[in-house]
Design a protein around this ligand. Structure first.
Ligand code: AHR
Length: 539
């Protein structure tokens, strides 16, 4: 039976059939490097949820990151770190995925409600084999989401939980009347139901989530999704646990079970991490060669290819694009910082990570028709974090990746614009693949839709060259530009990063090299840099 709900991701963000925003990179024998933007050809909406986040019970992401506890001397609200919230609010983070990750499939939500001192403990077997005291549970997470002004994306437990357990969690979270679970929530101090627009049906069910075969998972996903109920007017987008990297057979199995895009779930996920070495030696976050610089950027571009190929399979079964693709884990994965717990996945974050993020976003904007959510792994202190906190002093540092999210924030819910990069030189060849050393994407916001004065556009530009600046012509077509403002993010070296002692070694600065040109604007980009140009458009 078709579930009687309108899926949020598909309803709020209708697919623009037949008019995808296109982007291309071409070579011209002569002339300057150009980025051509058709300002008058808006494509699909870039869902704000493409700028989503992920927080797992892993290392110091929740404990010591988001949550310091009520006895901490660090300023907090109910144990949640105030400066972390403030930094993330500035990013306008649209959603937060929790509690995992692999942790989700061994998490039992009832252990994380009620008086903290009475909550049972458990072993976090995936991450450091540490004892989890469940002091951060459902109420704390929903408080955090409210403080962030974000939406909740909860990952349910398929691997070691029951259908009833998942169903009752949804009832506990979202039901308004005096049902048993709503009454239990009230007895724990929360009267009103919460909004939980996104619910994951397990995580990595092909691996840590149960080592299932695709056909077995599809059966379970149908069953579990069915009991993730829409209570009253509340609507949930159910996200089936999707493929790892290039496991196209997994996507095919899920989509075969969704003819014409009709299934008990409304989205399927995909996971892909960027690393330069094999699993056992992924590479250092801060000490890397020029070869590894280009290799990381080339691998980052691979995500777009994977999105396109999974989306192509989805198109065969769901040409109307009812089902969304959700890249709910992406980012760099390096060897842990020397001296830290290998199970805690704590890594530094350099200009290289920033450019990896920038390249991902360009690809996301180009595939905004099918790709409607993405979640960087992970927000605080784990993998490609936005924020690092010092365990000894509590000092908070914003990473270079944070600044890319901030500089790109105005792409959220804007319309993608066709953007073409034309370069005088042949692309570099890295790892047997072509790597153009310039990347770009753009979007437009209309005053009416976005409640702002007049229309505006945002262009994102990435100079991938490790050592060569780039003179660039922005060939702006279709609309008259009446004002511009540009920012640039770079560092002294490709490995530059921020520390408590040097928190602004990599931070945005005004780009002062922009000049008007008969075809638009001309500017200089430093080597290894990311820049944004905001345009004010004439009516
Ligand atoms: O983000 C770290 C881990 O990577 C997640 O727990 C898991 O889903 C993935 O393998």
């Amino acid at each position: 039976m078709t579930p009687p709900h309108a899926p949020r991701l598909t309803r709020d963000l209708p697919a623009a059939l037949g008019s995808p925003a296109t982007g291309s990179t071409a070579r011209t024998a002569d002339g300057p490097a150009r980025v051509v933007v058709d300002l008058d050809l808006p494509g699909p909406t870039i869902s704000r949820h493409l700028y989503g986040h992920f927080a797992e019970h892993l290392g110091r992401c929740i404990y010591g990151g988001f949550f310091v506890g009520e006895d901490s001397e660090i300023p907090h609200v109910g144990g949640i770190r105030a400066d972390v919230v403030e930094a993330l609010r500035a990013l306008r983070i649209p959603n937060l995925r929790w509690p995992g990750g692999c942790f989700a499939d061994e998490y039992h939500w009832r252990d994380g409600i009620g008086p903290r001192e009475q909550r049972p403990r458990m072993v976090n077997s995936h991450w450091g084999d540490v004892v989890e005291d469940n002091s951060f549970g459902t109420h704390e997470f929903m408080d955090l989401v409210e403080m962030l002004g974000a939406e909740a994306y909860i990952s349910g437990n398929v691997g070691s939980g029951t259908v009833a357990e998942m169903s009752e969690w949804v009832e506990y979270l979202t039901r308004a009347d005096d049902s048993p679970m709503a009454a239990l929530r009230r007895s724990n101090g929360r009267d009103e139901p919460w909004r939980v627009p996104f619910f994951g049906i397990g995580n990595e069910s092909w691996g840590c989530g149960g080592n299932l075969r695709a056909e077995d998972y599809v059966g379970l996903a149908r069953r579990y999704s069915t009991f993730v109920r829409d209570h009253g007017e509340h609507r949930i987008t159910r996200i089936a646990a999707g493929a790892n990297v290039d496991d196209f057979a997994w996507t095919e199995a899920l989509m075969r079970s969704a003819p014409d895009g009709r299934a008990p779930w409304q989205a399927i996920s995909l996971h892909n991490y960027t690393m330069t070495g094999p699993w056992e030696a992924k590479g250092s976050a801060t000490e890397f060669s020029e070869r590894e610089w280009y290799l990381a950027l080339s691998r980052a571009l691979r995500t777009e290819e994977l999105v396109a190929r999974h989306a192509h399979i989805m198109d065969q079964h769901d040409p109307a694009q009812r089902i969304a693709l959700v890249l709910d884990e992406w980012g760099t994965w390096w060897d842990v910082e020397p001296g830290t717990d290998p199970g805690f996945l704590h890594q530094q974050n350099t200009v290289r990570d920033a450019l990896v993020a920038a390249l991902h976003f360009d690809g996301f904007h180009r595939h905004a028709d099918r790709l409607r959510m993405a979640n960087i792994a992970q927000t605080v202190n784990v993998l490609q974090a936005m924020v690092l906190t010092d365990p000894a002093t509590g000092a908070l540092v914003l990473t270079p990746s944070y600044h890319v999210f901030a500089m790109n924030a105005d792409h959220q819910d804007a319309s993608a614009l066709a953007t073409h990069v034309v370069l005088p030189e042949a692309p570099a060849e890295v790892d047997g693949r072509a790597l153009p050393l310039m990347s770009a994407s753009a979007s437009v916001r209309t005053g009416e839709r976005h409640e702002q004065a007049g229309d505006s556009a945002l262009i994102s530009l990435t100079n991938l060259s490790a050592d060569t600046p780039r003179t660039l012509l922005l060939d702006l077509r279709g609309r008259r530009v009446v004002g511009h403002r540009a920012e640039v993010l770079t560092g002294e070296s490709t490995a530059a990063h921020n520390t408590p002692e040097h928190p602004r070694a990599v931070a945005p600065a005004a780009l002062t090299t922009v000049r008007e040109h008969e075809r638009g604007l001309e500017l200089e980009l430093p080597p290894h840099s990311f820049a944004t140009v905001a345009l004010q458009l004439a009516d």
